[in-house]
Structure formats: structure tokens, C-alpha cells
Design a protein around this ligand. Structure first.
Ligand SMILES: NC(=O)c1ccc[n+]([C@@H]2O[C@H](COP(=O)([O-])OP(=O)(O)OC[C@H]3O[C@@H](n4cnc5c(N)ncnc54)[C@H](O)[C@@H]3O)[C@@H](O)[C@H]2O)c1
Ligand SMILES: O=P(O)(O)OC[C@@H](O)[C@@H](O)[C@H](O)[C@H](O)CO
Length: 452
């Protein structure tokens, strides 16, 4: 007999809002908030689907976090999610923004959710973006659905209510995610109501963060593990690795949870931590997702156990190391720890999940190092390999293709490799398509990898 998960005491008062209720938020920001030495409750909204919100709400926002070590699991019930809402619950969304009690808004909507164009601005050429801007201009309470539009709708509600300053905290794997979100929000605000821009500058701070905790999609095995170990029938547990990092920079004029008491680090600048994480961890993840899946590997652990894939990872890390503004010892320790994290025997982190939206991820994970290398006159084999493997992936080899830009990328693959390669590379960064040496190297690597 198993018991359902319900609260026996009141939830903490809602003082924070989250957009993008999913696995990572529950393993990371909600975990830090749960452990922080104060009493902040979060109202969390899904990005799109309603199911997780419904399931969590039926458990009063409670869920089990499984901290999965190589030699066993720990089970802890997280209490910081006071309310869980479906994306469509737009009136509730606006209501929280209008509440002076709410001081912080965290965001995890994936790289694709920022709706950026190639220059990092809001992609107003997309019909759905233009339609949502028009809807908000006509009615500030219109039920918009994209992340930028929902955030601007929230900002309009807050200004109407004169509810005071707050901080938005993006927690997606984007370089300088604060500036990235601020640019998109500024563009959306300007398009909807130019008078919002000054208010935004005065009342809203956007923090920049480096976030790290490998959290695969939950499975039925996780649910059974909770039931067996605790006797509780938790319908939405989430399993994560023991390692966790959160580095934040920025102002919190309205206050924030005491996340530092739970291990978060407040720093003047996240750049060195972010480069280290996005290039070494996420860059290697993308390499394995495309090149490893070409070799039939399906998880990170499987791929890194393959000596050839592992040598590719090491080669990529050697390429990145000179560009990191950190002591060599730190980088060496980080690399050693990463190999252990990747090889985790009880975490099945699917390469297919990581492969999704490469058009949004490679510009953050691979391209910055590649451009630095090219500026120094080098043509790094490791970066060439990732791009060639991604090219093959887009053509249908290895992990399945799921990319927000797929409709525009697929036609670029038509025709001879010598024509297609520059077009596909230019889709990641304009300078890459014009780099004839790089195009030639990627083309020959496509042939080499494709024939393996
Ligand atoms: N899972 C990890 O290991 C991990 C670690 C570090 C950072 N992150 C960041 O967190 C993000 C979410 O990861 P997750 O594991 O929680 O995924 P998830 O699929 O469990 O949850 C994603 C959430 O984002 C929403 N979303 C997805 N696409 C969206 C879009 N286009 N617009 C608006 N909302 C959208 C979904 O509705 C859902 O609420 C990642 O993309 C990454 O940027 C994840
Ligand atoms: O979550 P995504 O889709 O941005 O990327 C997949 C993984 O590379 C990523 O989730 C890592 O596991 C994570 O960034 C580790 O902290």
C-alpha cells in the first residue's frame, strides 16, 4: 500500500514566480529555494503543456527529488513549489505579477524559447511573434503564449499595479543569459508599448546566471524507486545527479531567497564559470549527441565509455582550455570531475534529448571557441568534427532531428555538399559560411564520419 503525497501544513507564501516548470527547475532552482534559510514559496507555470502542473497541483506542489549517486539514491520531498499552474492559466500569471509580495521571477524555457534571431534580438519576422505583439498592443491582458510575450504581459500587469521592483533570473544554458533575455524583453516591450522601456530600466533587474545540474527526463523507473523506498506514490518525482552549481550576478532590488545559504554563489561576473561550463560540459554533450550517436551510442555514459568518443571529447577540451580565463589546475579538476559525471552508471542521459535544437545550442557551446581559434589562425579538428556530425544529423543520421529551425535548415541541405556546407554553417554564424578553409574541412569530415 502506498500513500499519496499531500501537505499537512500550509505552503510557504508565494514570493517568487517561475516560467518553464520542468525537470531542471525542480532539480535546481526549486531545490535551492527549498534549502535556503528562509521562507519563499514559488508559483510555477509550465511553458506549454498542462500535465505536469495538474499532477503537481494534485500533490499540493510537493514532489520527491531523487539525488542519484553512483552507489545509491537519496529521497527528499521538495516543499518550495507552493502552486503549480498550466501555461494557459494566464489570469493567475498576471495576478502574481501584480502582487507586491512577488519579488523574483526565474525562467527555464530552453534556448529556443527566447525566440531570438541570428543577431540575438527578438525575431519579429516570425508570424507568431508579430501576432502576439499585435495582441498585446490591442489588449494588455490578451492570452499570449510565447515566453517573451508572457513576460511582457507580466511586466505590463506589474506596472499597472505599481507593485514595485523585481528581478528576473534566466536559468537557461545561454551565454550571458541576462543580457540575452534583457534584449528580447526590451524588443518586445518596445514593440508593444515604448513607454514600458523606461519603467523596465527603473524597476526591473535581469540577473545573469550559470546553472549546472545534469537532470535527465524522469522515467517510470524513478517513480517506482520512490514508491519502493518511501512507500509514497509520487506521480512526478525527478532524479538528478549529486553535483549542483549556481552562480548569479546582478541586483535584487526587491530581495531574493537566501540562495547562498543553500550553496549558490553570488559573483560580480559569471563569465569564467559560464565559459567553463558551456564549452566543456555542454560543448562535449553536443559533440557526443551528434558524433556519438553516429556510432550508435544512445546515452552520455555509453558514449564516453567508447574510447574513440572519449578521445574526441578530450581533444575538444584541449581546444577550449587556452581560451578559459581560469587557472590550469581548476580546468584540469573540472575536466576530471566531468568525466566522472558523464560516466555516471545510474543516470541514463539520452543523447537524443541533448541533440534537440542544435541550431540554438551550437552557437553558445562550440562557435565561440571556434571563432577564437580561427582568429588565431587555427582550424581545430574537434570543432570541425562537431559541426560535421551536426550536418550529418540534420541529414537524418544518428540522433533524431528535432530543431526549432528545422523547416528552414532542411532545404539548406539540398544539392552538393560543397554548396550545402557553407549554407548550413552560415545558419550558425554568418562568418562560418564565408570561411572557405573551414567549409572545406567540415565537408571532408562529413565524408569521413559518414563513411564510418
Ligand atoms: N536538464 C538539465 O540537465 C539542465 C541543466 C542546466 C540547464 N538546463 C536548462 O533548462 C532548460 C529546460 O530543461 P528541462 O530539463 O527542465 O526541460 P523540460 O522539458 O523538463 O522542461 C522545459 C520547460 O520549458 C518549457 N518550454 C519548452 N520549450 C519552450 C518554448 N519554446 N517556449 C516556452 N517554454 C518552453 C516547457 O513547457 C517546460 O515547462 C534547458 O533547455 C536548459 O536551458 C537544463
Ligand atoms: O538542457 P539542454 O537541452 O539545454 O541541453 C542538454 C544538456 O547539455 C544540458 O541539459 C546539461 O545536462 C546541463 O546543462 C548540465 O547542467
Amino acid at each position: 500500500m502506498s500513500t499519496p503525497l499531500r501537505r499537512s501544513t500550509e505552503p510557504p507564501p508565494v514570493r517568487a514566480l517561475h516560467l518553464g516548470l520542468g525537470s531542471f527547475f525542480r532539480a535546481h532552482q526549486a531545490w535551492y529555494t527549498h534549502r535556503a534559510d528562509d521562507d519563499w514559496g514559488i508559483a510555477a507555470f509550465t511553458g506549454r503543456r498542462a500535465d505536469l502542473a495538474r499532477t503537481l497541483e494534485a500533490q499540493d506542489g510537493l514532489y520527491t527529488l531523487i539525488t542519484r549517486a553512483a552507489d545509491g539514491d537519496e529521497f527528499d520531498v521538495m516543499r518550495s513549489v507552493a502552486r503549480a499552474h498550466a501555461a494557459a492559466d494566464h489570469d493567475a500569471w498576471l495576478g502574481y505579477w501584480a502582487s507586491p509580495a512577488v519579488r523574483v521571477v526565474t525562467v527555464t524555457v530552453t534556448e529556443a524559447g527566447y525566440l531570438r534571431d541570428g543577431a540575438g534580438r527578438l525575431d519579429t519576422a516570425r508570424p507568431e511573434v508579430a501576432a502576439e505583439i499585435a495582441a498585446l498592443r490591442a489588449d494588455a491582458r490578451a492570452a499570449v503564449t510565447s515566453a517573451p510575450a508572457r513576460l511582457v504581459a507580466g511586466l505590463l500587469a506589474r506596472r499597472r499595479a505599481d507593485a514595485g521592483p523585481l528581478t528576473i533570473v534566466p536559468c537557461d544554458n545561454l551565454p550571458q543569459n541576462g543580457a540575452a533575455l534583457r534584449a528580447v524583453l526590451g524588443d518586445a516591450a518596445d514593440a508593444v508599448d515604448p513607454s514600458l522601456t523606461d519603467w523596465l530600466d527603473e524597476q526591473v533587474s535581469v540577473a545573469t546566471t550559470m546553472v549546472d545540474r545534469i537532470t535527465p527526463e524522469p522515467t517510470d523507473v524513478d517513480r517506482r524507486a520512490v514508491r519502493t523506498a518511501t512507500g509514497v506514490d509520487d506521480r512526478c518525482p525527478v532524479a538528478t545527479e549529486p553535483f549542483s552549481e549556481w552562480v548569479l550576478a546582478g541586483g535584487f532590488p526587491g530581495g531574493r531567497p537566501a540562495w547562498e545559504t543553500a550553496g549558490a554563489v553570488l559573483a560580480p561576473d559569471v563569465t569564467p564559470f559560464e565559459d567553463r561550463k558551456l564549452w566543456l560540459l555542454n560543448g562535449a554533450h553536443s559533440l557526443l549527441a551528434y558524433a556519438g550517436s553516429l556510432r550508435g551510442r544512445t546515452t552520455v555514459a555509453e558514449a564516453v565509455a567508447d574510447p574513440l568518443c572519449r578521445s574526441w571529447v578530450e581533444q575538444w577540451w584541449d581546444t577550449c582550455a587556452p581560451h578559459l580565463d581560469l587557472p590550469d589546475d581548476d580546468v584540469a579538476r573540472y575536466r576530471a570531475a566531468l568525466l566522472e559525471r558523464f560516466a555516471h552508471p545510474r543516470i541514463a542521459h539520452s543523447l537524443a534529448q541533448i541533440a534537440a535544437d542544435g541550431s540554438q545550442k551550437l552557437p553558445a557551446r562550440i562557435v565561440p571557441v571556434l571563432l577564437r581559434e580561427r582568429a588565431d589562425g587555427r582550424l581545430p579538428e574537434a570543432a570541425v568534427r562537431v559541426l560535421a556530425a551536426w550536418f550529418l544529423h540534420l541529414g537524418g543520421a544518428g540522433a533524431p532531428v528535432k530543431d526549432v529551425r528545422e523547416p528552414e535548415l532542411r532545404p539548406l541541405l539540398d544539392g552538393a555538399l560543397s554548396d550545402a556546407a557553407p549554407r548550413v554553417l552560415a545558419a550558425l554564424h554568418p562568418a562560418l559560411g564565408d570561411d572557405t578553409d573551414l567549409v572545406a574541412a567540415v565537408s571532408s569530415c562529413v565524408v569521413e564520419l559518414g563513411s564510418q
